[in-house]
Design a protein around this ligand. Sequence first.
Ligand code: GLY
Ligand code: MN
Ligand code: MN
Length: 470
Amino acid sequence: MQNQQTHYMKLFPSQTYINRRNTLKEAVGSGLILFQGNDEASMNYADNHYRFRQDSTFLYYFGINQAGLNAVIDCDSGEEIIFGDEFSIDDIIWIGQQETLSSKAEKVGILNVRPANGIDSFLEIARDKKIHYLPAYRADNLNKLSQWLHLPGSKVNQEVSQKLLMAIINQRSYKSEEEIEQMTEAVNISGQMHINAMKAVKPGRYEFVAVSEIYRTAKASNSYLAYPAIFSINGQILHNHYHGNKMQSGRLVLNDSGAENEMCYSGDITRTIPVDGKFTTRQKDIYDIVLEMETSSIDSLKPGLLYKDIHVNANRLMLSKLKELGLVKGDIEEMTNLGVGGIFMPHGLGHMIGMDVHDMENFGEQLVGYREGLERSTQLGLKSLRLGRELEKDFVITVEPGLYFIPDLIEKWKADKIFTDFINYDILKEYYDFGGIRIEDNILITENGSQILGKPIPKTTEEVEETMAL
Ligand code: GLY
Ligand code: MN
Ligand code: MN
């Protein structure tokens, strides 16, 4: 039957899942923990689905990459149950022979599998117990929670278990060796996506032609994209998913794309390349600022440092280099503290990454990237910093400084007379057609420093030019 298989599921050894659940049970202590898997999501009619993506927390504790599952852990009795249906012959006619759900469950150490609809009565009977659950980010799961917990939909996400959230964040934030192996694979596939896209960039070609290399390369490693590719000559538009422009000579192209590998671990890589295969002097000047912001940030990473401080340091460096180019003037420290850099880099320096490209963002950025006593700034740039807290060993994070010339924003600040003592608006006018530059890598925090995951991906202007010439 091997060659009739239509679905293959890669798993860690069962002990990994058993250990993860045991740690969680101990941290939560008592009550029931409810895990919602994802269902298929329809695209334009019921049977035509978007690509199925299992919920990351469900994958972390139960590993089974299949729609229509929920699970419960009883912290008091230790009982662990997966609710889901075996495929019927009617299903198998359409989707082929499948490994049974009980067999998959056994591989992750779960021996108790019950029919999908059993969860309704199970939760009804358990109503007097504390039910710990997570916020829902899909409407169908929110509706189910509303029914099961007898709560109005508007209340469901407000009454989630903070204890459960913190316990999971405390586990998933620290990547194990077997996870690092998966993440390294995701970065290596992402690197190949970037190299192939670099080679496909030519003046006069449409962006989508190069973008097709990104998708093809991911698929050639049996992977998907961790998020829709950001690939554009308009790199100053931070999350630009339009790929219909002709790549004109003289422009830069910003490529922010990453693979999600077979086990659903993400890569998140950005490179910025010249359409002509050669950087102009002006492009190189700005590029080298971003590169230095990236490498000096990475070099400074180590446990104990506030990531917010690394973001601010990168901004300080950017402002001092822009001052050398005459784009800003005045005292660097004052500009740094006031947030003048926000006009050039209106986003954060990075975020946690794991199975989710913005890892665990469904739990809330404050809980994952901040802590009590460390609030988010309201300054442009810092307010979008997803990770502000102290770094710890085994975190995997992105470092992604950028420098953009956003004509709408510059015009607005100029009209509002914002930071006129510091910003040379007249000189900035010359950069309105520049676009934007971002450089992004994925970094493991180690005991004394950090390590960039994966094989090196062309990054210096020389390396990028050499790759584009291949
Ligand atoms: N790819 C989205 C990000 O860099 O955060
Ligand atoms: Mn990115
Ligand atoms: Mn990122």
